[in-house]
Design a protein around this ligand. Structure first.
Ligand SMILES: C[S@@+](CC[C@H](N)C(=O)[O-])C[C@H]1O[C@@H](n2cnc3c(N)ncnc32)[C@H](O)[C@@H]1O
Length: 207
């Protein structure tokens, strides 16, 4: 298992019990995403964690395939889906980098609190673009640590090296926007609940 997957396995039980940090912002992001959903949609969620968001969105779409490279996260997610009698979400233990999805087969891809954790976000963004049908959407919520103060960046970096938080990539909101547009996406909606908060973006594949 990759070192980072081991980190998430170790924290999975604790992560599952953590309250949502900003409930109002979370609800607004759910609503903003659902404004794009239709009942016939095939959705992929990458880095789904304990599955709460996939389970919350399940009634609004046809099917959600949700993946995460931490086996413990996936075990918790499957348990939650069962408890909630959710039949249209399939959880899979898989890494984003190894995931094989046919081109132009999906209506929406979600990556929530994930892109800053990936070694190569540009590669993933290009692959997501290829997976989506024309008109399909890529919904992301991303910590843009490059926009934070030097002090916060040092605290975050130190935490990463000590293994208290996962290691992450540092980039700004502007750099993330460039990554998306370079891959061929058009940014359709974006919202940042506050300074230093993750940037929520809905990007659309046009042609
Ligand atoms: C910060 S958590 C976010 C979980 C969930 N999306 C949320 O918003 O609560 C990041 C998740 O991404 C997963 N993850 C990180 N890198 C990954 C990769 N390369 N492939 C698959 N999953 C990954 C971790 O295991 C973890 O569950």
């Amino acid at each position: 298992m990759r070192q980072t997957a081991r980190f998430w396995d170790k924290v999975a039980e604790r992560y599952a019990k953590m309250p949502i940090r900003d409930e109002a912002a979370y609800q607004k992001k759910l609503q903003a995403t659902r404004a794009y959903f239709r009942q016939d949609m095939e959705v992929l969620e990458i880095g789904c964690g304990t599955g709460s968001t996939a389970i919350a969105h399940a009634p609004w779409v046809k099917h959600i395939h949700a993946i995460d490279f931490s086996p413990k996260m996936i075990a918790i997610a499957r348990g939650r889906a069962k408890e909630n009698h959710i039949g249209n979400v399939t959880f899979e233990n898989a890494s984003v980098e190894e995931l094989g999805v046919p081109t132009q087969s999906l209506d929406a891809v979600l990556a929530l609190n994930l892109l800053h954790l990936l070694d190569d976000r540009d590669e993933t963004i290009s692959r997501v673009h290829a997976m989506l049908k024309p008109g399909g959407i890529f919904v992301t919520s991303t910590a843009c640590i490059g926009d934070m103060s030097m002090l916060l960046r040092i605290v975050a970096r130190t935490g990463g090296f000590l293994g208290v938080i996962p290691l992450f990539r540092v980039f700004t909101k502007r750099e993330l926007e460039h990554s998306l547009t370079r891959a061929g996406f058009v940014i359709d909606y974006q919202w940042r609940p506050g300074k230093n908060k993750p940037v929520f973006i809905v990007a659309k594949r046009m042609g």
